[in-house]
Design a binder for this molecule. Structure first.
Ligand code: XMP
Length: 297
């Protein structure tokens, strides 16, 4: 039957059967899915597993490889493909350095598979092409191991609990593979990423303070590269827009916008505008999924 323990035992057996005595490389972001894959694979194959954390510059700002690859591109799907391919190249280089690695593990979960359906064939029903869900480029020798491919987020979390991961890790909000790359609308620029990162940090800090982090399923800030007029003292300013989004959902396939308290929204708006000179206005996203998606791109 479908118990967490059975899923774990079953996955371990399947992974062992698949990879045998060969080496596996895992892209470990520190998020829920890849952390659970890491714990699972470690149980299954121990030292045959190597984890690589890729700083894509969309988490922190001192890495230019992804930024350069994204320069000039404003189409959301093309941005995803560029980021996904750059990740794959990094993994390929690491696999070459480690020698004899034949497998690449990924924390792909069921909703990633569904929402990316058709992305390789370019059919119109693609919602978003999540990382490499359709397989790896043909010129790569690595094969994929994706033990969470049939599970929903809440099931992955139960696996994490069973595997003994710390609860801050298990209950962290999801963060998309392309990172801030899909939360800066249109072309990604370093300047925008810096503003967004600061706004997002204020959002997270206040959510924790108000004890709302665990009451919502996912919350984040979005950078809108348009300017609106504000007033500081008696001077006019003309600066960027930050949108805040918080949702409640079980499976991330559908979601409701979270009814955050007005006081919290008020604090957020004041802090973001006062502390980040480049922002003159904060808006709150009141769209459900459907018809909107959770991320803005
Ligand atoms: P959407 O925006 O499709 O998001 O409603 C559903 C969930 O998936 C995350 N998401 C992604 N995760 N690569 C990922 O690894 C992606 O390209 C991607 N796009 C969206 C999103 O953060 C939400 O949790």
């Amino acid at each position: 039957s479908w118990t967490t323990e059975n899923i774990i035992e079953d996955s371990i057996a399947r992974v062992r059967e698949h990879v045998g005595a060969e080496k596996v490389l895992l892209g470990l972001s520190g998020g829920v899915d890849s952390s659970v894959v890491a714990a699972l694979l470690h149980r299954a194959i121990g030292d045959q597993l190597t984890c690589v954390f890729v700083d894509n510059g969309l988490l922190r700002l001192d890495e230019d490889r992804f930024m350069n690859a994204l320069a000039g591109e404003d189409d959301p799907e093309k941005k995803r493909v560029i980021i996904g391919n750059t990740f794959i190249h990094v993994f390929d280089e690491e696999a070459t350095k480690l020698q004899d690695v034949n497998w690449l593990a990924q924390g792909t979960i069921y909703p990633d598979v569904i929402e990316s359906a058709g992305s390789k064939t370019g059919k119109a029903h693609v919602i978003k092409s999540h990382h490499n869900v359709g397989g790896l480029p043909d010129d790569m020798n690595l094969q994929l191991v994706e033990p969470l491919r049939e599970l929903f987020k809440d099931e992955v979390r139960r696996l994490g609990v069973e595997l003994g991961l710390p609860s801050e890790m298990i209950y962290r909000h999801p963060f998309p593979g392309p990172g801030l790359g899909v939360r800066i609308l249109g072309e990604v620029k370093k300047e925008y990423a810096e503003i967004l990162r600061r706004a997002d940090a204020i959002f997270m800090e206040e959510l924790h303070k108000a004890d709302y982090y665990d009451k919502v399923s996912q919350a984040f800030a979005v950078f809108l590269p348009v300017k609106s007029v504000g007033v500081t003292g008696d001077a006019r300013n003309y600066n960027y827009l930050i949108a805040l989004r918080a949702v409640e959902t079980i499976d991330f396939m559908t979601a409701h916008w979270a009814h955050l308290p007005y006081d919290l929204l008020d604090t957020l708006s004041r802090r973001i505008i006062n502390e980040i000179a480049d922002v003159s206005r904060v808006v709150y996203d009141i769209s459900g999924k459907p018809p909107a998606t959770i991320e803005w791109e």
